[in-house]
Design a protein around this ligand. Structure first.
Ligand code: FAD
Length: 379
C-alpha cells in the first residue's frame, strides 16, 4: 500500500511519519525546493502534544521548545491583566500532555529528521502536484519537477497541499479560498531586543479594538515571536496599535522586519475525502489562527488517518477518517471565527467582554478548553 502525499508542511510530514511508524510506505511531493518554512512561531497545545508524543518526539521537541507557565490576557488599551490561565505542570496533569511553543522551522525539522530516520518515505522536493486521476484501483498523479512532467501511481492520495490545495479540486471542492479581511503581521526578535513586557515564561495576549497581539518565546526563549492581527488595510503594525498603552504598543515597533500574512479561512466543507483521496490540515479545514489550532489539528488528522489506514486499508479508512474528523474540525473553524470577533470588540462591547473575562473563574475558562486540549485518538 503506497500512499502518495502532496505537500511537505506539518500535515504532510506528520502523516508520512505516522504511516512510517506503522510500517506503511509513502512518497511525499513537495513543491518547494527546500523544506525550511518562513520564520514564525507556533503554539502546540496538549492535543497536538499528545499526538506528537505518540510519534516518539517528546525529547526532540523539548530540546527546541518552551513549556509556558501561563497565558496572560491583557486589555491592550490599559495594559490591565484580565485573566491568567495557568499552563505548565497543571495543564499537563489536566490534559495529559504538555503545552509547547516552538519555532515552526524547529517543528518541521524535528518531523523531518524523525521521518528520515524511519526511512519509510521517499521525499521528492521541487515536485508540484498538477493533476490527479483516481480510479477504483488506485490513484495516478501528474507532478511537475526538474525533469518536466512525471506521472506516479499509488494506492491512495493524501492532499496535504495547504490552502489552495490541488487535491481539493480532485474531489470537487473549491480550490480558491476567500480573504478574511484580516492580516497577521509576524516578526521574531532576539529576546534581549524585545520590549520590556516580553516574558519568556508566558504566552502574552493583548486585546485591542479591531486588533490583537500574541507574544511568546521561541528557540527556547532566545527569541520572541510576535503576531499582530487586525484589519488587512493597515499599512504597518503601528497603525493597528496606535492607541494602545505604551508597553503593548512597543511590540508593534520591533526593529526586525515584519512579514505581512493575509488571513484566509473557509466555512466547513461537506467532506474531507472521496474514493481514494483524503484531505488533511489547511487543505481540509483552513481556519483563522485565533484558536491556534491549524497545525495542531493537522497533526491530529495525521494520527487518526494513519491508524485507520493501517487497521482497515485506505478504501475503508477514508470514510471513517471523515466521520472521526469532520465534526471536530468544523467546530474549530467556526470557533476560530467567533473567537476573533470577541478578541476584536471595541467600545462598550469590549468593556463588557473585559468585565466578563475578569469575573470568570479560571477553572471555568480552563474547562471551556477541554474539548480542544483534551483530545485523544480513539484507541
Ligand atoms: C499568523 C498565524 C499564526 C498561526 N499560529 C498557529 C499556532 O499557534 N498553532 C497552530 O496549531 N497553528 C497555527 N497556525 C496555523 C498553521 O500554521 C497552519 O494551519 C498549518 O501550518 C497548516 O499546515 P499544512 O501542512 O496543512 O499546510 P501548509 O503549512 O500550508 O503546508 C502545505 C505544503 O504543501 C506544499 N504545496 C502546496 N501546493 C502544492 C502542490 N500543488 N504540490 C506539492 N506541494 C504543494 C506547500 O509548499 C507547503 O509546504 C497559524 C497560522 C497563521 C497564519
Amino acid at each position: 500500500m503506497t500512499a502518495l502525499i502532496a505537500g511537505g508542511g506539518v500535515a504532510g510530514l506528520a502523516l508520512a511519519l505516522a504511516l512510517g511508524r506503522r510500517g506503511l510506505v509513502s512518497t511525499l511531493f513537495e513543491r518547494a525546493a527546500r523544506l525550511d518554512e518562513v520564520g514564525a512561531g507556533v503554539q502546540l497545545s496538549p492535543n497536538a502534544g499528545r499526538a506528537l508524543g505518540a510519534l516518539g518526539l517528546d525529547d526532540q521537541l523539548d530540546a527546541v521548545s518552551t513549556r509556558p507557565e501561563a497565558v496572560v490576557i491583557r486589555d491592550a488599551l490599559s495594559g490591565r491583566v484580565l485573566k491568567r490561565l495557568t499552563l505548565g505542570a497543571q495543564a499537563e496533569r489536566r490534559w495529559g500532555a504538555p503545552y509547547r511553543v516552538i519555532h515552526r522551522a524547529d517543528l518541521q525539522a524535528t518531523l523531518f529528521r524523525a521521518l528520515r530516520a524511519v526511512g519509510s518515505c521517499e521525499i521528492r522536493l521541487a515536485s508540484e502536484l498538477r493533476g490527479v486521476r483516481a480510479s477504483e484501483d488506485g490513484v495516478q498523479i501528474e507532478v511537475a519537477d526538474a525533469s518536466g512532467e512525471a506521472a506516479f501511481a499509488g494506492d491512495w492520495l493524501a492532499g496535504c497541499d495547504g490552502l489552495r490545495s490541488v487535491a481539493r479540486g480532485a474531489i470537487g471542492l473549491a480550490t480558491e479560498v476567500g480573504a478574511a479581511g484580516l492580516k497577521a503581521w509576524r516578526a521574531t526578535v532576539a529576546a534581549e531586543a524585545a520590549p520590556a513586557a516580553f516574558d519568556p515564561r508566558t504566552v502574552g495576549v493583548w486585546l485591542g479594538p479591531g486588533a490583537h497581539l500574541v507574544v511568546y518565546p521561541v528557540r527556547r526563549g532566545r527569541e520572541a515571536n510576535i503576531v499582530l492581527i487586525g484589519d488587512h488595510k493597515a499599512e504597518a503594525p503601528l497603525a493597528l496599535a496606535g492607541r494602545w498603552t505604551p508597553s503593548a504598543r512597543a511590540f508593534a515597533e520591533p526593529e526586525a522586519g515584519w512579514t505581512p500574512w493575509p488571513l484566509r479561512d473557509r466555512t466547513p466543507d461537506a467532506r474531507m475525502q472521496q474514493g481514494r483521496i483524503a484531505l488533511l490540515g489547511d487543505a481540509a479545514h483552513a481556519a483563522l489562527p485565533s484558536l491556534a489550532q491549524g497545525a495542531g489539528f493537522a497533526i491530529e488528522d495525521a494520527t487518526v488517518l494513519a491508524r485507520l489506514v493501517a487497521e482497515r486499508g485506505p478504501v475503508a479508512a477514508l470514510p471513517a477518517y471523515e466521520a472521526a474528523r469532520r465534526p471536530r474540525c468544523s467546530r474549530m473553524q467556526a470557533g476560530a471565527r467567533t473567537q476573533i470577533r470577541i478578541d476584536h470588540l471595541s467600545g462598550p462591547a469590549a468593556a463588557a467582554r473585559n468585565a466578563a473575562l475578569a469575573l470568570a473563574p479560571e477553572a471555568a475558562l480552563i474547562r471551556g478548553l477541554d474539548w480542544i486540549y483534551g483530545w485523544r485518538d480513539a484507541q
